[in-house]
Design a protein around this ligand. Structure first.
Ligand SMILES: Nc1ncnc2c1ncn2[C@@H]1O[C@H](COP(=O)(O)OP(=O)(O)OP(=O)(O)O)[C@@H](O)[C@H]1O
Ligand code: SF4
Ligand SMILES: [Mg+2]
Length: 351
């Protein structure tokens, strides 16, 4: 599989602002009482057929944001303190638990990193997929089993008839993840959220499973939010990218803009951490310093303690996320950097 193949050949689609499937605005959430918001104003938009990759260092709030969208955040201890998530005209955060459960597994699907946390060891693969079908559609048991068989074929499980009657522990990790993908897609969701869906798999299997998700997503036109640490994956499947830092989105835009014209110093650092656009080993951890804890965030720009361009005003006032080019936003007082910083050398941030 060659890197960039997808977005060299496929139309990256309109910006996430066109025909949005989900609009998350200013999500704020925290754990426990008092303290500070761990997620402190996250906004994301994903449109039909688009793949929004969410990247950012460990602990920046990617998974809790995904769980909040799915209605799977344990509350308590978590508490959503602000924001709205408009999905098909309704604010997810205003729905009842029953309404949220109706959306999960039908209009919204989720793929987790570790399939065993979502598969029930006591039921066969066929029973679990068929149950998901019958919960949301008026079909007989036999029809649900036929639908389950069909989706197992579509996720290219070897010997699908036999696998219908297999228990999860009888499958390899890669096959279990294919079952998870089958369960997430069987009711044709309009939004798919995948949180590091291939991280727990062998490297060779990772590429296959990822290619499968990307292909099914393209075939169905499902909007996808894909959380990943792997910039090679982003280069391969993203149409859009949101870069998170310390509980915020610091930059967002079409994938080409983020890779070729990053505007936030943190993004520039991430790109510097990636040897080349085609490389798979991109790591997000080579920027000196660490993310401050939620209850000890600096005033002003949260990236200032690690930013090579930080000025006094950065430490005083928090930069809002604002458009720096068409459909491309950054939360930095000095974006676009080349124009606003005197004697700036943006490559310095990557060094
Ligand atoms: N159940 C919980 N109770 C208390 N704090 C939690 C809980 N779940 C998550 N957190 C806090 O939220 C922070 C952000 O977690 P999250 O899992 O969203 O990070 P992430 O961006 O997905 O990181 P990673 O890349 O490592 O998956 C964690 O560092 C942790 O402190
Ligand atoms: S606002 Fe200032 S500290 Fe924050 S990223 Fe921009 S230059 Fe760096
Ligand atoms: Mg996570």
């Amino acid at each position: 599989m060659t890197m960039l193949a997808n977005h060299e050949t496929a139309d990256p689609g309109p910006s996430a602002t066109a025909e949005p499937v989900l609009r998350l605005r200013d999500l704020r959430l925290r754990f426990g009482h008092g303290g500070a918001d761990l997620v402190a104003g996250v906004s994301l938009t994903v449109g039909r057929g688009e793949t929004l990759c969410v990247v950012g260092e460990s602990g920046c709030g990617k998974s809790v944001t995904a769980l909040a969208l799915m209605g799977l955040l344990p509350t308590p201890p978590a508490r959503i303190t602000g924001g709205e998530a408009i999905f098909e005209g309704r604010d997810l955060f205003q729905l009842t638990e029953r309404e949220r459960a109706d959306l999960r597994g039908s209009a919204m699907g989720m793929i987790f990193q570790e399939p065993m946390t979502s598969l029930n060891p006591a039921f066969t693969v066929g029973q679990q997929i068929a149950e998901g079908v019958m919960r949301h559609r008026q079909v007989s048991k036999a029809q649900a089993r036929a639908i389950a068989l069909d989706i197992l074929k579509r996720v290219r499980i070897p010997a699908p008839e036999k696998r219908l009657d297999s228990y999860p522990h009888q499958l390899s990790g890669g096959m279990r993840q294919r079952v998870m993908i089958a369960m997430a897609l069987v009711n044709q969701p309009r939004l798919l959220i995948a949180d590091e869906p291939t991280t727990a798999l062998d490297v060779t299997i990772q590429a296959q499973v990822l290619a499968l998700i990307a292909q099914l997503q393209r075939e169905t036109g499902t909007a996808m939010i894909l959380i990943t640490h792997d910039l090679g994956v982003v280069a391969e499947v993203a149409t859009h990218v949101a870069v998170m830092y310390a509980g915020r989105v610091v930059e967002a835009g079409p994938v080409e803009a983020i890779f070729t014209d990053p505007q936030h110093p943190y993004t520039i650092g991430l790109m510097g951490a990636m040897p080349s656009l085609g490389a798979r080993q991109g790591s997000l951890s080579t920027i000196p310093g660490t993310v401050p804890p939620a209850d000890d965030m600096p005033d002003g720009c949260r990236f200032a303690p690690r930013c090579p361009f930080a000025q006094d005003n950065c430490r005083a006032e928090d930069p809002p996320l604002r458009e720096v080019a068409a459909h491309h936003s950054a939360a930095c007082w000095y974006a676009p950097l080349e124009e606003k910083l005197p004697a700036s050398d943006t490559r310095r941030a990557a060094a």
